[in-house]
Ligand binder design. Structure first.
Ligand SMILES: [Zn+2]
Length: 432
């Protein structure tokens, strides 16, 4: 084992202040311009080879991309908020992905995926909320790092900095991927399609998890794996008419949508495993005396397996079509991202947990349940297809408010221990 602890101690103040900086300037999916540019600057400063923007993102594979106007506006904001101008130009137009490549001769290729996007949530502004009390709460209205992706990003940087110092003692290649748009399940696919992962033998993703005690570490496995997910928008198009004098001339999109919402929730449960459906948003109509001509819904389905998610998906589509037909409306369905379901490869997860028990930096805990969906499974499946293996590592970061809420917070002390753990494990993989 190498002494990664000493370097982690040295860089810790910088890592924590960078985490707080990312927290203060959170950025939504595909607009992580400032974050990505500062990550690239830091990687460049410590001497890493960098891949950035279109080099590791296939343009055509990006889904649910914000409009040109939003991308332009957010790019200007990123400049105004101190993004690095040299690297900003490389991520412009919705390409905010960065990767560090640390290579020393022939050997295995080990990848670590971290993410860096925030959520559309207004951060809590009570002095009891740690980021607010310490003066690093979000300054971007309605946007918040409410899932710890700011901490994931700096963890990736810390691992890169340590491994650069031991580069001469390793054989092989480390790829640390800073992925955008995880929250909308649309950031992994363009990276996969760029071919950047084709030579990867082992891939890991990390996620801090505040409901668990700090420093607990576990890999998702088997039944406790991540749910498959599909996200899509449904648009019902009808026809306006005077609701009082000529209701018979109208085609009521609101009625179609209302029928759909109720019946989507009536899809029978499946005896093969867990399923979910959620209509989280519905916009319809203009006024009480106008027959509604347009209704738009945001929908997601999930399933314990990709097959179960497909079951939900097919039934949802059938119900949407039937609801449109019922009120003589037209239907458009627009996919907004999806990820397969899945878990870690057991033997690779075993290796990680064996290392955890030996290194004692984090507390190994078998098969904790942290169920949700994870864009990373898309990368994992690709690496598997190319003959590699992978694991999703969850690390306890409590105490802190609930994930995806305005009160989310995490224990910053776990960042240093996680950097020590991950750099130590990757180093060991490249000794063989
Ligand atoms: Zn998350």
């Amino acid at each position: 084992m190498i002494n990664t602890r000493g370097i982690a101690d040295e860089i810790n103040d910088e890592i924590i202040s960078l985490r707080r900086d990312f927290h203060k300037y959170p950025e939504l999916a595909f607009t992580e311009f400032r974050t990505a540019s500062l990550i690239a600057r830091k990687l460049n400063d410590i001497g890493c080879e960098i891949k950035i923007g279109r080099e590791i993102m296939d343009a055509k594979s990006r889904m649910a991309l914000p409009s040109k106007e939003i991308l332009e506006k957010e790019f200007k904001r990123a400049i105004a908020q101190g993004g690095d101008t040299e690297f900003l130009n490389k991520v412009k137009g919705g390409f905010p992905a960065v990767a560090a490549v640390i290579s020393n001769g022939k050997g295995p290729v080990i990848a670590l995926r971290v993410d860096m996007d925030a959520l559309p949530i207004q951060e809590n502004s009570s002095s009891r909320h740690f980021p607010f009390g310490k003066g690093f709460a979000s300054v971007n209205t309605g946007v918040m790092h409410a899932c710890g992706h700011d901490a994931h990003a700096v963890t990736g940087l810390g691992v890169a900095e340590i491994l650069m110092k031991f580069k001469d003692k390793m054989r092989g290649t480390v790829k640390i991927i800073f992925q955008p748009a995880e929250e909308i399940i649309c950031g992994a696919y363009p990276i996969v399609k760029s071919g950047f992962l084709d030579d990867v033998d082992r891939i890991m993703a990390i996620h801090y998890y505040s409901p668990w005690d700090p420093g607990l570490v576990s890999c998702t496995r088997g039944q406790n794996g991540h749910l498959a997910i599909s996200r899509f928008d449904a648009r019902f198009k009808g026809r306006q008419s005077h609701a009082g004098s000529k209701p018979e001339d109208g085609k009521n999109a609101l009625m179609s949508a209302a029928n759909a919402v109720l019946n989507l929730n009536a899809i029978p449960r499946n005896s093969n495993g867990a399923t979910r459906i959620s209509v989280g948003k519905l916009n319809a109509g203009t006024s009480r005396n106008v027959t509604c001509d347009e209704a738009v819904m945001e929908i997601e389905t999930r399933g314990a397996t990709t097959e179960l998610n497909e079951y939900m998906n097919e039934n949802a589509l059938r119900i949407l079509k039937a609801s449109a037909e019922l009120w003589d409306c037209k239907l458009e369905v627009k996919p907004m991202g999806s990820a397969p379901g899945g878990s870690s490869d057991d033997d690779f997860a075993d290796e990680i947990m064996t290392y955890a028990k030996k290194a004692k930096t984090l507390t190994a805990s078998e098969n904790q349940r942290n169920c949700g969906s994870e864009d990373f499974i898309c990368m994992l499946e690709h690496v598997r297809k190319c003959g590699g293996k992978g694991a999703v590592i969850s690390i306890g970061s409590g105490p802190g408010g609930p994930h995806h809420s305005s009160e989310f917070d995490m224990n910053e002390a776990v960042i240093k221990d996680s950097i020590v753990f991950l750099s130590g494990f990757i180093f060991e993989c490249l000794q063989k």
